[in-house]
Design a protein around this ligand. Structure first.
Ligand code: 3H9
Length: 708
């Protein structure tokens, strides 16, 4: 595309209007800055023009640098020739007119302009940290000058999008227009108002920097406050250093310092992984084998069958996003208990300050308790969330098939059971799909959308369920119908391997420490205690019944036999004090592990951290390859998205498959093949993995043999 098309220029008598038109989000792809500068030069050279507007076409101002270009960008010109400097040096004043998003390089261009106005729905931010870099076009130098160092630090280190009215309060915007205003027309009026008057460059506006001299401890305080969540990461710390430089150095020296700090990050593993995650999250919305013309149906009302913890969380997900939802239970008592739990959860959010009381009331009012199936018949979607047993679920679908209006989505929240078998009694195969939420359902972002075998789930049902997920703030990812679907099936070998490691010589706290050091928020044994060890034991019983060769986990079974179900019984892999979730090592468990591994004839030995990490994650990489080999997922990166959003895999490592690529597909395969020799069948390498290793194809590029 030529520069002329990427950036257009119009004159409105005395005002020049530069329009960035690079769909979908006006990213600063090659040619965009050049286009802006060329038109700015034209405006400056035209004696009729007295002021200039910079605006975006389509749905946004400018969403930032083109993320696809990172790693392949040519060297940057010297600081004084960069776009942000040249824009600011314009002899004629420029107004940035913002709608949609002004993010990263977009806000940086806006801050180079002399004035900024926005519509009320606009959002601004410097989210670079979320892709492992820092604002590299003087955002770290201009934002502290506009908003003050403290506010700039918070915005840059969190990367959050700030609504227009709030941004005006910080001094980032000069004016927020009235609701429904015509942005371009108003911007032209504004430009005429400021034409011919003296204007100031943000880079010369140093007053607010005084705040850092008055409160020099703010930078260390910020480093301290992020220590836990920014573990193993460099970008958040370089962001702080860059803002510190803004406060301590003259503007152009600060720009140089920012550039050095940016260069340390741009091609580091952290940034590569986060960029990969950004695109993987967008890719998973795409369904490659979708017939042309299939569109999602409208979903405006919902019903949830089952008011347990999960059903309540799902109901809250609907209510939180403005969708009225009925919650159905079999007995008044179960219904009351479920509704009380929902209310309690909302009240906790209000007490913590994350939800306003009136908003809580609006959300709670969207939830209607009901006892009869007839009361949910007109809902656009029904989600079954009853006990995880086929004989319990099937009668629900029998009922749904009889009473729900034609075209309603009939979804099951099963985490593992054959979706076709569950839905069969409804006799509406096309309307059935899985909607596997993760716990707590109103918090976790992943929604695994399960497609039935034999093309049972219609394409329309699939896209409607995907769209429904997005509507309630989830990341929807498609999975094929296979035991445990994609997320839990790929995770299952990890869950077995962590207990087998105990037989071989490890202890829970050692394994947990390795995984926390790797970047997980909690170790897997502590997570097991939180989720309930009885739940995983039930899953193992089901697998053993289906497959007599299933590798049992006697130590885990023994704990459940002893009534140690985890946090809820005060003891599991760890012991817990009453009212406290801190795990304490329990000598009783240590003795049990040592005794049982001796009884199993195992010789306990030392494990390195790296061996523990690889034993756990390689087992899942191998399973993920088997899932792709069987055509149960659309792409390897979908599995990575599931691990990021379902299991707390550290985002700055990209995802399971992306991380394994960092080790190298051949090394991964060789290790798995050697463990196959040593430990037997459970390590049998996937044929697809072998093919990838032989051809040197990265795991993240693995293609399924067929589609789910
Ligand atoms: C930066 O600016 C660095 C500078 O400081 C200095 C450099 C020296 N680039 O998310 P959506 C694509 S770093 C390329 O579904 P939404 C996206 O992949 C940048 N592509 O829409 C998708 O493509 P496809 C700082 C981009 O409405 C399509 O646009 N800025 C970019 O839900 C639609 O995206 C950011 O980090 C991009 N920058 O959300 C902002 N942005 O259709 C990143 C989007 O082929 N972007 N695409 O799958 C976002 O956060 C969201 O896209 C946004 C819109 C909120 C803007």
């Amino acid at each position: 595309m030529s520069e002329a098309q990427l950036v257009r220029y119009e004159t409105h008598n005395d005002v020049g209007v530069i329009i960035v038109d690079n769909p979908p989000v006006n990213a600063l792809s090659p040619g965009v800055d050049d286009g802006i500068l060329a038109h700015l030069a034209t405006a400056n050279a035209d004696p009729v023009i007295t002021s200039v507007v910079l605006i975006g076409a389509g749905r946004s101002f400018i969403a930032g640098a083109d993320i696809r270009q990172f790693g392949k960008r040519p060297p940057r010109p010297p600081a004084e020739q960069r776009a942000h400097v040249l824009i600011e040096q314009s002899k004629k004043p420029i107004v940035a007119a913002i709608h949609g998003f002004a993010l990263g390089g977009g806000l940086e261009r806006a801050m180079s302009c002399h004035y900024r106005i926005a519509v009320p729905s606009a959002k601004v931010g410097l989210p670079e940290v979320l892709i492992g870099i820092l604002p590299g076009s003087a955002g770290t130098q201009r934002l502290p000058r506009l908003a003050g160092p403290k506010c700039a630090l918070e915005m840059i280190v969190s990367g959050r999008h700030v609504p227009a009215v709030e941004a005006k309060g910080y001094g980032i915007l000069d004016e927020v227009l009235a609701e429904g205003a015509d942005l371009k027309a108003e911007a032209i009026v504004y430009a005429r108002k400021i034409a011919g008057k003296a204007f100031r460059k943000v880079s010369e506006n140093n007053e607010k920097l005084q705040e850092a001299r008055d409160e020099p401890g703010m930078f260390d305080a910020m480093r301290k406050s992020i220590a836990r969540r920014a573990r193993n990461q460099k970008a958040p710390y370089n962001c702080i250093l860059a803002v510190e430089a803004a406060c301590n150095l003259p503007f152009m020296q600060g720009v140089e310092r920012e550039h050095e700090l940016f260069a340390e990050l741009e091609n580091a593993d952290e940034a590569k992984s986060l960029r990969y995650a950004f695109f993987a999250e967008r890719e998973c919305a795409k369904i490659p084998d979708l017939p042309a013309g299939v569109k999602p149906r409208d979903i405006n009302t919902a019903a949830v069958i089952g008011a347990g913890t999960m059903g309540g969380g799902i109901a809250m997900s609907f209510a939180d996003y403005g969708i009225p939802v009925k919650v159905l239970e079999v007995s008044q008592e179960a219904l009351d208990r479920g509704i009380a739990r929902i209310k309690h959860n909302y009240q906790v959010s209000v007490q913590r300050g994350s939800l306003a009381q009136d908003e809580m009331e609006r959300r709670f009012a969207r939830i209607t308790p009901v006892l009869n199936y007839e009361d949910i018949a007109d809902a656009d979607v029904a989600i079954e969330v009853v006990f995880e047993e086929l004989p319990v679920k099937q009668p629900v679908f029998d009922k749904l098939g009889k009473i729900m209006k034609p075209g309603a989505l009939l979804l099951s929240n099963t985490s593992a059971i054959d979706i076709d078998a569950i839905g069969e009694p409804a006799h509406r195969p096309g309307d059935i799909a899985g909607a596997h939420f993760f716990s707590p359902a109103n918090v976790m972002k992943l929604l695994e959308v399960v497609k039935g075998d034999n093309t049972t789930t219609s394409a329309e049902t699939l896209v409607t369920t995907m769209a429904l997920g997005r509507k309630i703030g989830k990341l929807s990812v498609v999975a094929g119908n296979t035991d445990g679907f994609v997320a839990n099936r790929s995770r299952a070998p990890f869950n077995s391997e962590m207990v087998i490691l105990l037989e071989d010589g490890c202890l829970p706290a050692q394994v947990d420490k390795v995984m926390i050091d790797f970047g997980y928020p909690m170790g897997p044994f502590a997570v097991g205690d939180l989720a309930g060890l009885d739940i995983s034991a039930a899953g193992r019983r089901r697998r053993l019944a289906a497959n007599p060769n299933y590798r049992t986990l006697p130590i885990a079974d023994k704990l459940v036999e002893m009534g140690r179900f985890g946090q809820k019984t005060g003891a599991g892999w760890y012991r817990y004090e009453k009212g406290d979730r801190t795990p304490h090592v329990d000598p009783e468990v240590t003795t049990l592990i040592e005794t049982m591994s001796a009884e199993m004839g195992k010789t306990r030995r030392e494990f390195t951290d790296d061996e523990i990490l690889r034993r756990l994650l390689f087992s899942s990489v191998n399973e993920a390859c088997k899932i792709l080999e069987e055509g149960k997922a659309y792409r390897a990166s979908d599995i990575d998205v599931m691990w990021l959003h379902g299991f707390g895999f550290p985002r700055y490592r990209g995802g399971l498959m992306f991380w394994a690529d960092g080790i190298g597909v051949r090394d991964v395969y060789n290790q798995i093949a050697s463990w196959h020799q040593q430990y037997g069948e459970r390590w049998a390498p996937s044929a697809l993995l072998r093919e990838l290793a032989e051809s040197g194809t990265p795991l993240r590029e693995a293609k399924p043999k067929s589609y789910p």
